[in-house]
Write a protein that binds this ligand. Structure first.
Ligand SMILES: [Zn+2]
Length: 254
């Protein structure tokens, strides 16, 4: 399995990161992709990547909730890193209007700028979208061409959102512990989404799947996400794992 979205570089894992990586390996996780948040997370993320280089690969980008008055500075730091070394993706980037709508204009501008850089570097983007599908779709569709590809991370949209993403052709949806939650609509939505559009993720330390809901999430729990998908698609677990891993390898060029 490939955990396509995991913040295991964050301080929640400072006491036991090695054990967390070992536990992931034991359940069959082969790769963990690390999404950046902002300037303050870059050093820890690079550090975790170099310490566990056979498992962990970093992305570069600035998260929408970190787009504030100083967003131009944040963007400049991202651009400098993108020019300096290679990354697996530009992420996580996007629009979040759940926490704060003050900087919606700046969020859209920063999102679009980072999409342009991703296309220049031929990298996929990893999109964070919360209460902002119409704004995200607007920006993505302005930039949509044969170069643009990526993942709608932590997808929890409705069937129309899913269909729109499927129509893009070069986008996938990242599915995490939310799919295991008791009263989610996501399982019903996924019944109408082809499996070749899905990748697995955890979003650790957030969104732990049932039966760990509310606890610290970790890459090893990705098994629970795959297990729920095997029920949704009525398909053996090993096939769900094979397909979603292929999808992740394809979109991230692993
Ligand atoms: Zn994230």
């Amino acid at each position: 399995m490939i955990d396509t979205h995991s913040h295991i570089y964050s301080e929640e894992f400072d006491q036991d990161r090695l054990e967390i990586i070992k536990a992931a390996r034991e359940v069959g996780v082969k790769k963990i992709l690390l999404p950046n948040v902002d300037a303050s997370s870059i050093e820890r993320m690079h550090q975790t990547e170099s310490e566990f280089s056979e498992m962990c690969t970093a992305m570069m980008g600035v998260h929408p909730t970190s787009i504030k008055e100083d967003y131009k500075k944040e963007l400049e730091i991202v651009k400098n890193w993108l020019d300096q070394r290679s990354y697996i993706a530009v992420g996580e980037i996007g629009i979040d209007l759940y926490w704060d709508k003050t900087f919606v204009k700046e969020q859209m501008e920063a999102f679009e700028q980072q999409i342009i850089w991703a296309k220049e570097l031929d990298l996929p983007i990893v999109i964070h979208c919360r209460d902002a599908f119409s704004e995200v779709f607007e920006v993505v569709e302005r930039q949509l061409d044969e170069k643009l590809k990526g993942v709608f991370h932590s997808f929890t949209g409705d069937i129309n959102d899913a269909k729109r993403i499927v129509e893009y052709g070069s986008f996938m949806m990242g599915i995490n512990g939310v799919v295991t939650f008791k009263n989610t609509h996501l399982r019903d939505v996924l019944k109408e989404v082809p499996l070749n559009k899905l990748v697995l993720e955890t979003d650790a330390p957030y969104l732990a799947p049932v039966p760990y809901r509310g606890k610290r999430n970790q890459p090893a729990y990705i098994e629970k996400v795959a297990h729920t998908l095997s029920q949704v698609y009525d398909m053996p677990l090993d096939l769900i794992i094979a397909h979603t891993s292929d999808n992740a390898s394809h979109i991230f060029n692993i």
